[in-house]
Design a protein around this ligand. Structure first.
Ligand code: GCW
Length: 699
């Protein structure tokens, strides 16, 4: 197997040039097994291109004729190549403690050493060496131990097998068709699937689901008679250490099994899941498990049988348990047929109301997958209170790499800073465990045994587009997701630097410093820029209904979806206080229950999420709400215009196809941001009658 380099597809963060440092060295790889072979092949390909060599370790006397520059070895091997012996000795006390994915890395006496207890760790170590480039072979450095914070680092594809009449091939996909499915069949381009696995492994991801959580009729059959297609995808991803999971429908015992019920407590239903799951593992022995969207936006679930979500999740968990599988059960459950006239129902409350009472009732291979915010991947939301409410349940936090609500990959919106804030947030206050700690399995002090972490999950942004993600700069989000799942404490701008240097390799770029500076200028603050020209102060959802692109302030205001802003002539925002509103603030522990309840303490950026205030309300920033709306919308468009200008300055430094694609998307971003600005400013000017303090043009 040769590492896939596709000619008609952008190489993203693994262009051949990124392997130059490694490929010009003498390397030995010791160990056996599929993933070790992957490592060996990666090294062999790079060495063939850049003049280095791959030495086969000999058994017995293991002295190379020339010293190795790089040793990649499993600690479990009978012999470790000579150059690694000193590092191994230092690690001796800890051998066996690097975990399946961890590795040790050191450079001493002119040899760079990667040691791992298991093959996946060796692969991650290899990609760390690639990331460092020449620095991996420069000055010596002492032993570093690397282990991922999250055991499960999963991307969910919302891909349909057949093109859905409303949602298309990929639900909320902005990168062309699916890389797995085409017009009802498995993709003929399996080499692309393998190349995808390689990119994901290099970012740290180790699991994917291959179909939409909204499971339609054809997709349901991936579990049974279409399982061969899933196995074919698993075969492509396995050499890169990526397990395949499947989204299943809770109604499968009825729709596929012909049973009269899918009641999770029914013996026949249990037996059907057990039998069906056994067949899955017979075909795909390393199958990861199931992802389930139940009783949500029309999907079937246990409520239909008067059962709880714990009952529903547990029957599936019992079926996968003998094989070491997991069930990711989504907490995105709310009433999507709400009456907008009813001010007492609050969609933000729903996940907590449904799930918090079930804490402790899930089997230990159930992972409750919780969107980071209580509503739905808006550019600004508070952290979901569910994250702090279920200490006896394994939780995974769900992010959205596909930019459904953040510009749909037509806008530059680098999400690293958002995710860093989310993962670093302390649900019990700044001194307590963070959201990332919860996902990694470390919760606040609670009675009872600690539960494991559920990891990090995200909706993928990848399609069959030649740039993978539609917008070439959106590749940074995909890369950043994997890196955060590995280490949530990484600095989002340092991740961006990694991505820039891998993608636009400095040795192959005319003026790498200028390119890096400009990309930072365009991307660093792009999430906040997006926030500025869209819905203000955390209120969210002022998008066009259905496709969710572009502004429509009242688009969802009188619909059943539960996403309202309540703007009138006097003010705007949702009163979610205990004192006078929906009581949502009471779902948080201290200090946030108090902070969010209090008009004085609530952070500006979330003000309208928690409070309904008059337009003249003065923010901590000193500005009024209405003036803040005007100022941020004017500023946001200026920033996008500036980004467009800066991009034009560096087009000579990048591949013309990338230059053209990014340029065209920035043009659209300027147009769209301007539309956002004008609609939002005009809407709020007409509602409030308050003129802009600076007399700028409002239509
Ligand atoms: O963000 C919303 C999307 C739906 C999606 C749903 C979910 C897959 O608009 O398209 O359905 O969330 O997360 O289940």
């Amino acid at each position: 197997m040769t590492a896939p380099q596709l000619t008609d597809v952008h190489p993203a963060w693994l262009p051949p040039e990124a392997f130059r440092a490694l490929g010009s060295r003498r390397t030995v790889v010791q160990g056996t097994g599929l993933l070790v072979e992957t490592v060996r092949q990666e090294v062999a390909d790079a060495a063939a291109r850049y003049g280095g060599s791959l030495r086969q370790p000999t058994t017995g006397a293991d002295e190379p004729t020339e010293p190795d520059d790089l040793v990649l070895a499993l600690t479990t091997g009978a012999t470790v190549p000579a150059g690694a012996a000193a590092v191994l000795a230092e690690l001796a006390a800890q051998t066996g403690q690097l975990g399946a994915d961890g590795f040790a890395l050191a450079r001493r006496a002119g040899v760079t050493v990667v040691l791992a207890d298991a093959a996946p760790g060796l692969l991650y170590g290899l990609f760390e060496v690639v990331r460092r480039g020449e620095a991996a072979f420069g000055a010596g450095f002492p032993v570093e131990r690397h282990r991922p914070a999250m055991r499960l680092r999963m991307l969910n594809h919302w891909d349909n097998v057949t093109v859905d009449p409303v949602m298309g091939q990929v639900e909320r996909g902005y990168s062309g068709g699916s890389i797995f499915w085409r017009d009802g069949a498995l993709t003929p381009e399996l080499s692309r699937v393998r190349a995808y696995g390689r990119l994901l492994a290099a970012s740290g991801v180790n699991a994917v689901t291959v179909n939409n959580v909204n499971v339609h009729a054809v997709e349901a059959r991936l579990l049974t008679d279409r399982l061969g297609d899933v196995a074919a995808i698993a075969d492509e991803l396995r050499p890169y250490g990526i397990r395949v999971h499947l989204s299943i429908t809770f109604a499968a015992p009825v729709t596929l099994g012909g049973l009269p019920t899918a009641d999770p407590l029914d013996e026949h239903v249990r037996a059907w899941w057990a039998k069906t799951t056994r067949q899955v593992y017979d075909t795909i022995p390393d199958f990861g498990g199931f992802v389930v969207k139940a009783d949500s936006e029309g999907q079937p679930g246990p409520f239909g049988y008067g059962r709880s979500h714990a009952d529903g999740a547990n029957v599936l968990a019992e079926a996968v348990a003998p094989f070491g599988g997991a069930v990711h059960w989504r907490a995105f459950v709310y009433n999507h047929r709400q009456d907008w006239r009813d001010r007492s129902t609050d969609r933000a409350r729903a996940a907590y109301d449904h799930f918090a009472p079930l804490d402790g009732q899930f089997r230990d291979n159930v992972i409750l997958q919780v969107k980071y915010g209580p509503i739905d991947f808006q550019v600004r939301e508070p952290i979901s209170p569910v994250i702090a409410a279920m200490p006896a349940t394994r939780l995974a936090v769900e992010l959205q790499v596909t930019q459904e609500y953040t510009g749909q990959q037509r806008h530059v919106c680098y999400l690293g800073p958002l995710w860093s804030e989310v993962l670093g947030f302390g649900p019990w206050g700044a001194d307590g465990p963070s959201v990332a700690d919860v996902a990694a399995g470390r919760t606040a002090d609670v009675a009872g045994p600690p539960v494991g972490g559920g990891g990090l999950a995200a909706v993928s942004s990848v399609g069959d587009d030649p740039f993978w993600t539609g917008h070439p700069l959106a590749q940074a989000n995909l890369y950043a997701f994997g890196r955060f799942a590995w280490n949530p404490r990484l600095d989002p701008l340092a991740i961006l630097d990694e991505w820039i240097d891998l993608t636009f390799v400095p040795t192959a770029t005319g003026d790498p410093d200028r390119l890096r500076r400009t990309l930072h200028a365009i991307m660093d603050d792009s999430w906040r820029t997006y926030e500025r020209y869209t819905a203000p102060l955390g209120v969210g959802f002022m998008v066009r209904p259905g496709h969710h692109y572009g502004p429509d302030v009242d688009g969802y205001e009188y619909t059943p979806w539960g996403t309202y802003h309540f703007a009138d002539r006097d003010g705007v925002g949702v009163d979610r206080t205990r004192a006078t509103g929906t009581g949502f603030t009471g779902q948080y522990p201290a200090p946030w229950s108090q902070v969010y309840e209090s008009l004085d303490q609530c952070p500006d950026e979330l003000l309208l999420f928690f409070h309904h205030v008059p337009y003249g309300h003065v923010l901590h920033s000193g500005s009024t709400v209405i003036q803040h709306i005007y100022d941020t919308h004017f500023a946001g468009v200026e920033q996008v215009t500036e980004s467009r200008r800066r991009w034009a300055e560096i087009v000579d430094l990048v591949d013309p196809a990338v230059a053209a694609r990014v340029g065209e998307r920035l043009d659209e971003q300027v147009r769209s941001a301007t539309e956002w600005r004008d609609q939002l400013n005009t809407y709020f000017f007409r509602k409030s009658g308050v003129p802009d303090a600076h007399g700028r043009r409002i239509h």
